[in-house]
Design a protein around this ligand. Structure first.
Ligand SMILES: Nc1ncnc2c1ncn2[C@@H]1O[C@H](COP(=O)(O)OP(=O)(O)OP(=O)(O)O)[C@@H](O)[C@H]1O
Ligand SMILES: [Mg+2]
Length: 447
């Protein structure tokens, strides 16, 4: 496939000649000015290289470069410049242009420069891919966060991972239960063994039973072959039973037997199978309540919760938010080819003040869409999804006199006034730690 190149020049003869010269080796597009160029780039996602004049009316080459960098940092730009504008060419290089050529254009040099630019771009994207692979591994095995609660969970994971104990993970939807299960497996002695997941709520009872325990040939109509179940597939590793609260009673019995005796039979089979599998289960339901309602066997409940890990909702560990935001900004900037570095303080305030009923999954989705919507290198309030900011706006429109931040800021200022600027005293008065006070002062830009 030929690489695509966009030629931008206000001089019609120049752009057409260049296009003609390059067309045997490249798909060429032409634009007569900066605005036209932006439009062509938006319409043709295959464009890899921009070859542009530097001095053009209305939007010059540098402005074009800056606009392109904001929306797609992956396109390489080569400028063509006369001697009178060589200083701007150097400036353009500083702003991220790949190279520049001086007029009159040496066609050999032009070809080599374009080839190198494409090669360079390829290497860069390979590099990004490698980084992404590392990131995926990191994502699957790292709990981001520094709050006391998350630190405790990490300690618990470390302690439990090296044992064979059955683990029950509890927590609201999107808090990271599956991630915790992953981390336990990859830090266990069975890390090189299989990690098999089953969603107990996704399958009908009969299907679930044969999924889990397998079936013999002819066990039921349609069972044309013997099929191994997930217990067998997980031999030597970990079986993760997700949504365990939805496990039907008939299967609860079989699971209980497995947990007690480490054995089971395939559906329709008589041979007793033995496997070496660690069970991790998870649910966002209140299992104790289900036990009380006799929907979940009490004996099974106790067998499952040899070790219980409760993953707290995000609203109870808001101190993790900055790290989680930073982590997801990095991740989604890479994925969506953006250049975001951090958030504005206002955006962070809005993010922190929201309650996050969907927990970390919701936060990640929100950051992803904000990254996509963002212009510039800092995520700001404008690119946050409306459901976050509308609340803020409602506050701002002034039902109560001020929004929460202003109330807090005011309280802090008053406390400082009262204590003649003594920060430890003020912190005590406010009932917060001194470090928190410092952080808030910085957040609010209070000197
Ligand atoms: N502490 C964390 N650090 C980084 N990523 C996290 C963290 N907690 C959760 N995530 C990410 O958030 C998303 C949701 O997590 P996960 O699927 O583990 O939640 P869950 O508790 O199993 O949710 P559900 O009950 O809805 O199945 C995943 O993409 C996960 O990688
Ligand atoms: Mg889950």
């Amino acid at each position: 496939m030929k690489p695509s190149i966009l030629i931008v020049d206000d001089d019609r003869a120049v752009r057409e000649n260049l296009a003609k010269y390059l067309s045997p080796d490249y798909v060429t597009y032409i634009a007569s000015n900066g605005h036209d160029a932006i439009r062509k780039i938006q319409e043709n996602s295959d464009i890899e290289v921009i070859l542009s004049d530097l001095k053009m009316p209305e939007m010059d080459g540098i402005e074009l470069l800056e606009k392109v960098k904001l929306s797609n940092k992956d396109i390489v730009t080569i400028f063509i410049t006369g001697f009178s504008t060589i200083e701007s060419a150097v400036d353009a290089m500083r702003k991220g242009a790949y190279d520049y050529l001086t007029k009159p254009i040496d066609l050999n040099k032009l070809e080599i420069t374009i080839k190198n630019a494409i090669e360079n771009k390829k290497l860069r994207s390979e590099n990004i891919m490698l980084k992404q692979q590392i990131r995926e591994k990191f994502d699957a095995t790292t709990l981001v966060g520094s709050s006391g609660k998350i630190t405790k969970i990490m300690e618990l994971i470390k302690r439990v991972a090296s044992t064979k104990a059955t683990v029950l993970i509890l927590g609201e939807s999107g808090t990271g239960k599956e991630l915790v299960a992953n981390i336990i497996h990859y830090n266990s002695m069975a890390a090189n063994g299989p990690f098999i997941k089953v969603n107990c709520s996704a399958l009908a009872e009969g299907v679930l039973e044969s999924e889990l325990f397998g079936h013999e040939k002819g066990a039921f109509t349609g069972a044309l072959y013997m099929k191994k179940g997930r217990f067998e597939l997980a031999d030597g590793g970990t079986l993760f039973l997700d949504e365990i609260g939805d496990l039907p009673p008939s299967i609860q019995v079989k699971l209980l037997r497995f947990l007690q005796e480490a054995e089971f039979e395939r559906v329709g089979g008589t041979k007793t199978m033995k496997v070496d599998v660690r069970i991790i289960s998870a649910t966002n339901k209140d299992l104790e309540q289900l036990v009380r309602e006799e929907k979940f066997r009490e004996d099974l409940f106790y067998r499952l919760k040899v070790v219980t890990i409760e993953v707290p909702p995000l609203r109870e560990r808001k101190d993790d938010i900055p790290l989680l935001v930073e982590h997801s900004l990095k991740k989604f900037s890479e994925i969506h080819n953006k250049n975001l570095r951090g958030t504005t303080p206002e955006a962070m305030n809005v993010i922190r003040s929201y309650n996050w009923p969907g927990n970390i999954r919701e936060l990640m989705n929100c950051i992803e869409s904000s990254v996509v919507m963002s212009i510039g290198d800092k995520l700001d309030v404008d690119s946050l999804p409306p459901f976050l900011t509308i609340r803020q706006d409602e506050y701002d429109r002034g039902k109560p006199a001020a929004n929460l931040f202003e109330i807090e800021k005011k309280a802090i200022l008053e406390a400082l006034k009262e204590t003649d600027g003594n920060k430890s005293e003020a912190a005590r008065l406010l009932g917060i730690g001194l470090r928190t006070l410092y952080r808030k002062l910085e957040q609010y830009g209070v000197k």
